[in-house]
Design a protein around this ligand. Structure first.
Ligand code: AHM
Ligand code: MG
Length: 340
């Protein structure tokens, strides 16, 4: 990678003036996420070398088995965020409840809250397939000086200040938005430096890739079944092609570059969908919209869904605008069965 490429550190400083009410905290917060991502990357990359693969023997709040690396990634993000004196609270997919963080004086003057899925797609770790980290940043709504409350975390996605993901793939990338477009940075592992490799990322308007776990087909709503048949039909520029890694970050990343749609709908097995509104869907929806794409629950924008609980699940249709809108046309023929 060329040595005169812009680094993530330089990029953050250059764009600091875009954040009207920040006194540099948001830049410092992004810098701490970049550090946490490097630590997790280091561990993920040596997963095959050391005895770190396999179950930690613990389950998270949803009763799913946690992998050791999930626990490691969660600890890294929690610890780094706790120590930086920027956030007043953090919620993680791997924690039962949100964590209140006091400032360096033992008070509660910090302004930001972070929600994170520290290691998404972790069932892929044992088989050496890409995983990711997802993060979402908000201003607190509770008064400065008092401990963070649940209301700080139950804000609509529209209120996000920043969001992003790290994809630990064939190379490691950090992709984020602060509401001024989406930029992607690739890690040079030899130097530990992130370089701006994908400036101003945009979803192609249309695309030919659909990503969904078709093993659940018989359990899908009729609108989804009909849309899949549309994707598979030999007509005009179809059939589309199916690609599903089973790692939201990686599937989203590929679709943003090539044009595509990712769907995790409701099903008779998962009546609310599978993915979490606050840790997964809202941050990816913010990125999608900032990249000219779209994210809905099949009927309305994900970022307009009113959050009611921390670990709430929602169905999601996300990706190239024309593809999402076509899927919505099929969904609109049936009543919304989403039970959330
Ligand atoms: P996780 O947070 O437990 O890792 O689950 C989220 C992941 C997504 O990354 C992925 O797209 C989806 O679950 C795959 O689910 P499924 O195996 O049901 O297709
Ligand atoms: Mg997840």
């Amino acid at each position: 990678m060329g040595y005169r490429l812009k680094t993530l550190g330089e990029f953050i400083i250059e764009h600091q003036s875009q954040f009207k009410y920040s006194e540099g905290e948001l830049s410092r917060l992004l810098n701490s996420i970049k550090l946490a991502a490097k630590l997790v990357n280091h561990e993920v990359n040596k997963a095959g070398l050391v005895d770190i693969l396999g179950d930690s023997g613990e389950t998270n709040i949803q009763g799913e088995t946690q992998q050791k690396l999930d626990v490691f990634a969660n600890d890294v993000f929690m610890n780094i965020l706790k120590k930086r004196d920027i956030v007043c609270g953090v919620a993680s997919e791997e924690e039962d409840d949100f964590v209140v963080i006091s400032d360096k004086n033992g008070g509660h003057d910090n302004k930001y809250i972070v929600l994170t899925d520290p290691l998404d797609g972790s069932s892929n770790i044992d088989v050496n397939v890409s995983v990711g980290t997802i993060f979402s940043i908000y201003h607190r709504v509770s008064p400065i000086g008092s401990p963070a409350t649940k209301d700080d975390f139950l804000q609509k996605g529209r209120e996000q200040v920043a969001a992003g993901y790290v994809v630990y793939g064939t190379s490691t990338m950090l992709v984020y938005t602060t509401g001024f477009g989406v930029n992607g940075f690739t890690l040079n592992p030899a130097l530990g430096t992130w370089y701006l490799s994908h400036p101003n990322m945009k979803f192609p308007k249309g695309g030919k890739i659909y990503s969904i776990n078709e093993g659940n087909y018989v359990h899908f709503p009729q609108g989804v079944k009909d849309y899949l048949k549309y994707c598979q039909k030999e007509e005009e520029n179809r059939p589309f092609t199916s690609r599903y890694i089973g790692s939201l970050v990686s599937d989203f990343h590929r679709n943003m570059i090539k044009g595509g749609i990712y769907i995790y709908p409701t099903s008779t097995k998962a009546p609310k969908g599978k993915l979490r509104l606050l840790y997964e869907c809202n941050p990816m929806a913010f990125l999608a919209e900032q990249a000219g794409g779209k994210a809905t629950d099949g009927y309305k924008c994900i970022m307009d869904v009113e959050p009611t609980e921390l670990h709430q699940r929602v169905p999601i249709f996300i990706g190239s605008t024309e593809m999402v809108e076509k899927a919505e046309e099929f969904m609109a023929k049936f009543p919304n069965d989403a039970n959330y």
